[in-house]
Design a protein around this ligand. Structure first.
Ligand SMILES: Cc1cc2nc3c(=O)[nH]c(=O)nc-3n(C[C@H](O)[C@H](O)[C@H](O)COP(=O)(O)OP(=O)(O)OC[C@H]3O[C@@H](n4cnc5c(N)ncnc54)[C@H](O)[C@@H]3O)c2cc1C
Length: 339
C-alpha cells in the first residue's frame, strides 16, 4: 500500500470535508458510506446549514467562534451557494428580555430598531420593535452543499462508494479517517446522540433572505431560507437517543412558533418532518482523535457545517505537518516513510 492511501468512512459533512482537504493536499483518498446515496441515514442531511459562530456563542464554548469563523471562507471558496447575509435574531414583545440576554452572551452584533428590521426583511415590517443583527454570519443548503463537495472530490479523482459498510468491508488502507457520526460509538464510547427535530415548509406569501432566529425561554426557533419559498424550520434539542420521526408535540410547538414569527407560515405547505441524532461528546465540542491506523473525527454536535472545515484541517495537519506532536506511532512511522 502506498503511504498516501486513505479511506474516509462516512459521507456526511465531516467525512466529505476531511476527504476534500486531504485530496486537495495531494493524498490518494477514497470515501465509503453505508447509505444507498448521499444523505441516506446521514445527520448532515437534516441540518439547517447555519454558519453562525457568533450567535452560537450564546450557548457554546468560545472555541466554536475561533474554529467556526474561518469556515465561512472555506465554504465560500468551495460552494458557490454559500450566502453571507448575516443572521437576524428577534423575540416577541413579552420575551424582550431574551434579546438582551442573548446580546450579552454573543459577539459581533448590532441592535436594530423596527425600521431597520423592515429594511433588512421587508416581510417582517411592523412585527418586531427591536432585533439583533449578526452581519458576518452565513448560511447554506446542506442538500446542495454536500453534493457540491462530492463533485469537487470527483474532479480530484476521489471515488465515493455507497452501500459499503466499513465493518463488513474489511478496509485495507494505511490510514482510515473515521467520520461515521454517532455510529462510531463502538470506538468512541463517550459519544452521545442529541435529538433534533425539523420541518421543511413552502410558503408562497413570505420572503425571507437570511436565517431568522426567534428567541423564547422554552421553544427557541430558527427559520433558514432555502430559496423558492422553501424554509427549514428547526430545531429541537432533546437529550434523548430515541430514533424515529418527530413527535406531535415538537412539531406543533415548532409550527406554532413559526406562526408567531409570521402568520404566513399558517398557510405554508408542509414538505417534510424529520429528526436525527447529533453526535456529541460530553463537552459538546468536536474532536480529532487518533488510534492505530485511524483518525476519528466526531462530536460535531449542532455545528457540523460550522466546524467540519476546522476539523478537516486538523486531520490534514496531523497527517502532513511533521512538527506536530503525535502520540500515534503509526502516523509517525508513515511520515518518516515518506521523508
Ligand atoms: C435538526 C438538525 C439541525 C442542524 N442544524 C445545523 C446547522 O444549522 N449548522 C450546523 O453546522 N450543524 C447543524 N446540525 C448538526 C450537524 O447536522 C451535525 O453536526 C453533522 O451532521 C454531523 O456530521 P457527521 O459527518 O459527523 O455525521 P453524519 O452526517 O451522520 O455522517 C456520518 C455518515 O457515516 C456513515 N456511516 C455510519 N456508519 C458507517 C459504516 N459502518 N460504514 C460506512 N459508513 C457509515 C453514515 O451513513 C453517514 O452518512 C444540525 C443537526 C440537526 C439534527
Amino acid at each position: 500500500m502506498s503511504p498516501s492511501n486513505v479511506i474516509a468512512v462516512g459521507a456526511g459533512v465531516a467525512g466529505l470535508a476531511a476527504a476534500l482537504e486531504l485530496a486537495e493536499r495531494g493524498l490518494r483518498v477514497e470515501v465509503i458510506d453505508r447509505g444507498r446515496a448521499l444523505g441516506d441515514g446521514c445527520c448532515s442531511w437534516m441540518a439547517g446549514g447555519m454558519l453562525a459562530p457568533w450567535c452560537e456563542r450564546a450557548t457554546s464554548d468560545a472555541q466554536v467562534v475561533t474554529l467556526g469563523e474561518p469556515s465561512i471562507a472555506w465554504w465560500m471558496r468551495r460552494f458557490a451557494g454559500t450566502a453571507r447575509r448575516g443572521s437576524l435574531v428577534v423575540a416577541q414583545q413579552r420575551d424582550a428580555a431574551e434579546l438582551t440576554h442573548f446580546s450579552e452572551r454573543t459577539e459581533r452584533c448590532d441592535w436594530l430598531d423596527a425600521d431597520q428590521v423592515a429594511k433588512l426583511e421587508p416581510d417582517l415590517a411592523g412585527r418586531f420593535r427591536r432585533a439583533l443583527f449578526f452581519p458576518d454570519e452565513a448560511h447554506l443548503d446542506p442538500r446542495r452543499a454536500l453534493p457540491a463537495l462530492a463533485d469537487s472530490l470527483k474532479q480530484l479523482g476521489v471515488p465515493i462508494r455507497f452501500g459499503v459498510d466499513a465493518q463488513a468491508a474489511g478496509l485495507r488502507a494505511e490510514l482510515v479517517v473515521d467520520c461515521r457520526g454517532l455510529a462510531a460509538r463502538d470506538h468512541l464510547p463517550d459519544l452521545r446522540g442529541v435529538r433534533g427535530e425539523m420541518l421543511m415548509v413552502r410558503s408562497r406569501d413570505l420572503e425571507l433572505s437570511r436565517p431568522v432566529r426567534m428567541l423564547h425561554p422554552r421553544i427557541p426557533l430558527y427559520v433558514v431560507p432555502r430559496g423558492g419559498g422553501v424554509y427549514m424550520i428547526g430545531a429541537t434539542m432533546i437529550e434523548s437517543e430515541a430514533r424515529g420521526g418527530a413527535s406531535v408535540r415538537s412539531t406543533v410547538e415548532m409550527l406554532n412558533a413559526a406562526y408567531a414569527l409570521h402568520p404566513a407560515f399558517g398557510e405554508a405547505e408542509i414538505l417534510e418532518i424529520g429528526a436525527d441524532l447529533r453526535p456529541a461528546f460530553p463537552d459538546n465540542l468536536p474532536a480529532v482523535r487518533r488510534g492505530a491506523n485511524v483518525i476519528y473525527v466526531n462530536g460535531l454536535y449542532r455545528h457540523g457545517f460550522l466546524l467540519a472545515p476546522a476539523m478537516a484541517k486538523r486531520v490534514a495537519d496531523a497527517v502532513f505537518d511533521s512538527s506536530l506532536e503525535t502520540s500515534d506511532a503509526d502516523l509517525r512511522q508513515r511520515r518518516s516513510a515518506r521523508a
